[in-house]
Write a protein that binds this ligand. Structure first.
Ligand code: AHR
Length: 324
């Protein structure tokens, strides 16, 4: 986990730079757009790539980015958003850790005339005027895809299919969508039963911890499927299964989300049976939207990044290198 300078120090630097560096005039070619970006943390390989994509795209497109890592704490995100408002950035973007608790600070951004873009995860608000656009993954669809794979895989099985779910951070959009979408699809087939579900915060260490508890609590023969909301938790669970003498992907079928290179390698080796892509490479789209919004253009309120699915029924040799 990265160590960050205390917030007060960051705020001091921001305000000092603000005083001597600039009078905003975004229409001038010499004056780049300033984007304040609050990233929720660095909990997974997906997140590391997402941060990389955003910073690289900012550099490529000539946008000046102030990037803050909230280390999995919404209070840090709120502080970062307030520092961006104090600095009078041209636009704020952020990936909210959880869905609720943003209305007050977003109201402050609105009052300051600073547009806000929501990226990756969504917020739960009754006031849509608090943000200009939201560019997210369709997490409900990801969950439905995971359920559809299981329907296909177990189509000839009449006996119950017992599922252990490693869920993501509680109250976060991906955890909510991946759970709800999955259940929506499977509820039409009573043979599928989620026998255990626990939040693992999208972290490998928690995937390991939870899988250890699961194998103490259940006879492994009674678990047919592990559905994990992200690759990092899957990797932790795979380690524990292998240590326990199980063959992941055979004794217990595995469905994972993200599609990092390592999970695709596991898919090719038969260790994972299905990988639902969650696309972290949204940087370029974020920057293009930022430019349009700052230029005063009205953009679509809700946008989704493109995502696909890879599974054992597909042509695994044609999957291009993931790059992360
Ligand atoms: O919000 C996207 C999710 O957050 C990714 O699936 C996960 O790996 C990350 O931590």
């Amino acid at each position: 986990m990265k160590r960050r300078a205390p917030f007060s120090a960051i705020l001091f630097i921001l305000l000092t730079v603000s005083a001597c560096d600039r009078v905003r005039n975004v229409t001038s070619v010499q004056d780049p757009i300033v984007l304040g970006y609050s990233q929720l943390g660095d909990e997974s390989s997906w997140r590391t790539q997402n941060s990389f994509s955003i910073k690289a795209a900012a550099k490529r497109t000539g946008i000046k980015i102030m990037f803050e890592d909230a280390m999995q704490d919404p209070a840090n995100q709120i502080k970062a958003l307030r520092s961006f408002i104090a600095y009078k950035v041209d636009i704020i973007a952020f990936s909210p850790l959880v869905e609720t608790g943003w209305d007050t600070v977003l109201g402050e951004a609105k009052a300051a005339g600073i547009p806000v873009m929501i990226v990756d995860r969504m917020i739960d608000t009754d006031d849509e005027s608090l943000y200009a656009t939201a560019l997210c993954s369709d997490f409900d669809l990801e969950g439905r895809k995971a359920g559809e794979f299981l329907i296909r895989k177990f189509k000839d099985r009449a006996a119950p299919v017992n599922i252990v779910e490693l869920a993501g951070t509680a109250y976060s959009t991906p955890a909510i969508g991946r759970s709800e979408g999955f259940r929506k699809v499977l509820e039409q087939y009573p043979k599928f039963k989620v026998v255990y579900s626990e939040d693992g915060d999208f972290m490998q260490s928690k995937g390991r911890e939870i899988m250890r508890q699961v194998l103490k609590r259940f006879n492994p023969k009674d678990i047919n499927v592990l559905y994990s909301h992200n690759d990092d938790m899957t990797f932790g669970a795979i380690e524990v299964m292998s240590e326990a003498g199980l063959v992941p992907g055979k004794d217990i079928a595995i469905v994972s989300v993200d599609a990092t290179q390592r999970s695709i390698d596991y898919l090719k080796a038969g260790t994972i049976n299905c990988v639902i892509e969650c696309n972290p490479n949204s940087g370029q789209q974020v920057m293009e939207l930022a430019k349009r919004i700052v230029a005063g253009e009205k953009v679509e309120k809700r946008l989704y990044v493109q995502e696909t699915t890879f599974d054992e029924f597909g042509d695994l040799d044609s999957i291009p290198a993931r790059g992360y």
